[in-house]
Design a protein around this ligand. Sequence first.
Ligand SMILES: [Zn+2]
Length: 371
Amino acid sequence: MSVKTDRNEQWLAELTALPTVAGHEDRVVEWIERWVTRRKDVRMTRDSAGNVVLKSTVRTRKTPVYLTAHIDHPGFVVTSVDRSRRVGVEFRGGVHTPYFDDARVDLFDGDDRVHRGTVTEFDHKTSTGSVRLDRRSGSLAAGDIGRWAFASRSLGVRNGRLHAAGCDDLAGAAAVLAAFDDVRKNAPQVRVLLTRAEEVGFIGAIAACKAGTIPERAELIVVENSRAFAAYPVGSGPVVRVGDASTAFDRELTNQVTRLVRSYADGHEGFRWQRKLMDGGSCEATAFGAYGYRATSLSLPLGNYHNMVDIDGVRGGSRPARVAPEFVSLDDFHGLIELLAHVAPRLGEAGEASLLERLDAIYESERLVLD
Ligand SMILES: [Zn+2]
């Protein structure tokens, strides 16, 4: 493996292990701050919503291209701690109710100490409930966060897959940072936007649109982890995502990305990729598009989406609902970085004929068949 591959997998492992939840992404932001400190040519700013923007210090007149990912993951926020072992919690993110039954959770205090407990009540209407701690705790406080408890043997790399507490969307953030690191010297127009609170309805992304965080003429490639299905299983390659459960993404930008990806794949034998509408959920490209930005997506197929192992179990299957680490394919992850690094600097470049020009040319050569 190359040094760069090792480096990218290191960032992937570190980021996907961090506890994070909508509104409480500070551990991820601190990791990014340390990452930026080691790079003298990167400037980090936060917008009024706390979204993170990274730019090259080199100025350019080219159209800015933003690689975006979100830095939260479905999880718990501590709302109250009483003197016994009972902790009030709120869950932020989309997970079906049966997964909460007697589930084991880890709550993290301000010093990153882990407090393990069991969910004893959960009301799906308000997304609030209670956790009973295994041991009494003096150090947990309202505002601390938590996630499902995973056995350490269930985490890590096996058979070319990374199993982690939260791939969605920290694996996306790792890919975006890796691509940004590869291209910004020669393509200073490529920037990074890392958004907060995606899992509760794209709140950080919408705030970025409203605050003018992104210039109007910018182009956005949203990097997501999207639930894998039989048509695009984990390991089948990064996906040029043409749409999601809500809408189709910017047509011209998606076409451009497709052309660039296709030409990259043509020059790299055996490179796996696909062009798909991934409708297992909605993605921030939908929000950016609705607010008038040109946005499309490159996504990774994701296993155990939102830590739910057996979605069929909820829908009447025989196995009970169970939580587990999410997983992604390392080959898909590296392929995604290659595509981002190839596509982002070349967006807007003239060269290949547009779809309309190609159709016109075919029409001119074949129109006689209509006579
Ligand atoms: Zn998600």
